[in-house]
Structure formats: C-alpha cells, structure tokens
Design a protein around this ligand. Sequence first.
Ligand code: ZN
Ligand code: ZN
Length: 131
Amino acid sequence: MIKGSCCCGTVKFELLKQPSMMGTCHCSRCRKVGASTIVFVKKEDLKWVEGKEHVKMFQPEEPYKYERSFCTICGTSLGEILSDMDSFPIAANTLDSGLEIKNSFHEFVDEKPDWYEICDDAKQSKGHPDT
Ligand SMILES: [Zn+2]
Ligand SMILES: [Zn+2]
C-alpha cells in the first residue's frame, strides 16, 4: 500500500499497487506546476481516502492537451489524478511511501533549463518517449 497526500493533508489517497513507471518531463508546463517527475498509476489501483471534492481540474489551453489538477486549499499539484483514463500520471511529489521503481526516462529534454543537470542514466527524448 502506497500512501499519497497533498501538502496540507486535505487530499489523501492510496495506491493498491506500485506505479508502473516513473518519468521526468522537462517541459515548461510541468516545470511551472511543480509536477516534473510523474508516476503512472492504474485507475483501479487508486483509492481515495478523503478530500477528492477539494481537487480542481484545469483544462489545458491549445496546443497543450493534458489536464492538471490541484488541491484547492494548498495548491499542491496532483497531476491527472481525476482522469477517466485507465492509466494516468500523477505527481511523484505527492507520494509519502517509498517506491520500488526509479526514474526511467526524461522527456522534452530540449526544453530543460540550463540550471538543471540530468544526473542519471535514464533514457532521454526530445518529445514524448514513444515519438
Ligand atoms: Zn492541500
Ligand atoms: Zn511536461
């Protein structure tokens, strides 16, 4: 069981299984919302404990297509935690438990600021890893 929460503790959830994958996105969008490192979770493995009603989802403006959700009390970025997809990314920052996986890719590395140096051997790509 993996526990996750926002900074103020209003939002609490659990993951019944380990996330399938961890990656880091260096695009300006992910950087600004503070959710660069994400883990992919299956919808069926996400169990809400409390605070779901305090999560607000923002739709992206063109050309961006990924929604973002936040705790409306403290602003913690929660990734796509309200998604209806079978599998979706949530911000790794929100997890309170240790994980068995490590970062396995860096995407949008061409948008990475110079002050951030990649210090692991994970695969790098300019866009999404599968493009
Ligand atoms: Zn909060
Ligand atoms: Zn991104």
